[in-house]
Design a protein around this ligand. Structure first.
Ligand SMILES: *Cc1c(COP(=O)(O)O)cnc(C)c1O
Length: 359
């Protein structure tokens, strides 16, 4: 068996130990005589899986007691609508648009009320995070929205906006569990798990109690946070197997030393790649230095032809899915929690060889 180094932005690499454990339990989950995939979501073994998963993510992120954790479906994109439907009481919300994902969320919110773009970095193809110290927020805004790590452009907030007491809502899809975060600074945190946490199909929402309330009139039952809070994410059939896999990843993260340890490792891995990019005569990172993400690293050679050649040759040596998103072009290395340091070392080594042969 030969596993490649998978730099895909998502669905993305998962820890090998987790995949092996899931494979071992595939036909018979701990003496149940069936796979978790075949199990009632109301059964005792599944209830235990769900309970452990919630407790483990609470432990990992140190989630305060006045926050609920929901395991939902519909991807991060469904949250683009669920957030305004449930939170936009005054029908006003402030959005910081720092990339394609926050732009999509902003556009969706406009369906439900007066969503206002209070800062944007679109003028320079989202290569930086707007200055959050100079924000003019709306007095009557129900919340302030950010996408904390922009997966496509490889930028991250190193400082959170001061929201003057308004709930901060953050899409953390591509930086979930990559480092510790102070949950109490947010009203709502959410992410699709297929980037850094688990298989596609699960969206985790962490919401402060006081924000779980009557939504806008006409909100469908499935799109109300209170539905899922009241039913503890079991209003209908949850994405059961995906939750089980997320639970395994939480256990793996605990065994790795938790989020402080992950951060240290993630920073080291990213530094390896950025150090190479900063001295390279051929490759160039596309995000502004101060705002660079430790999860997604976009880079280009400046020549579409060389970019394509790089992607093709990389694939031959087991460096997979390194092609950049079409809106940036070039390459993107997504170096999530489960990407081993050796993977980044192999990439940097290959980039060096490619540079010598093609510069
Ligand atoms: C991938 C991604 C999304 C979209 O996720 P889906 O689960 O496909 O809807 C939203 N936001 C960010 C930051 C992402 O990386």
């Amino acid at each position: 068996m030969a596993r490649v180094y998978n730099f895909s932005a998502g669905p993305a690499v998962l820890p090998e130990e987790v995949l092996r454990e899931a494979a071992d339990e595939m036909l018979d989950y701990r003496g149940c005589g069936m796979s978790v995939m075949e199990m009632s979501h109301r059964s005792k073994p599944f209830a235990a899986i769900m309970e452990a998963a919630e407790q483990d993510i609470r432990d990992l992120m140190d989630i305060p007691d006045n926050y609920r954790v929901l395991f939902l479906q519909g991807g991060a994109s469904t949250q683009f609508a669920m957030i305004p439907m449930n939170l936009m009481k005054n029908k006003v919300a402030d959005y910081i648009v720092s990339g394609s994902w926050s732009k999509k969320a902003f556009k969706e919110a406009k369906i439900f009320g007066d969503a206002r773009c209070v800062a944007s970095s679109e003028d320079e193809n989202f290569s930086y995070v707007p200055d959050v110290r100079a924000l003019q927020l709306s007095d009557d805004a129900d919340y302030v929205y950010i996408c904390q790590n922009e997966t496509i452009y490889g930028t991250v907030y190193h400082e959170l906006p001061n929201t003057n007491g308004k709930p901060l809502v953050a899409d953390v899809s591509s930086c979930f569990l990559s480092e510790p975060m102070d949950v109490s600074k947010y009203g709502l945190i959410y992410g699709g798990v297929q980037k850094n946490v688990g298989p596609a199909g699960v969206t985790i929402v962490i919401i402060r109690d006081d924000l779980v309330s009557e939504p806008l009139p006409g909100t469908p039952t499935m799109l109300r946070y209170d539905t899922h809070v009241d039913a503890k994410s079991l209003y209908n059939t949850p994405p059961a197997y995906g939750i089980y896999m997320c639970g395994k990843v939480f256990q793996w993260l605990k065994a790795q030393g938790g989020l402080e340890a992950m951060k240290e490792r993630n920073v080291e891995k990213a530094q390896l790649l950025y150090d190479f990019l900063d001295q390279s005569a051929l490759f160039k990172g596309t995000a502004r230095k101060e705002d660079r993400s430790i999860m997604n690293v976009p880079f280009v050679t400046g020549s579409d032809e060389l970019d394509a050649k790089f992607v093709a040759e990389a694939k031959k040596v087991g460096i997979e899915s390194i092609k950049g998103h079409r809106s940036v072009g070039g390459m993107r290395a997504s170096i999530y929690n489960a990407m081993p340091r050796e993977g980044v070392e192999a990439l940097v080594r290959f980039m060096g060889e490619f540079e010598r042969e093609n510069a």
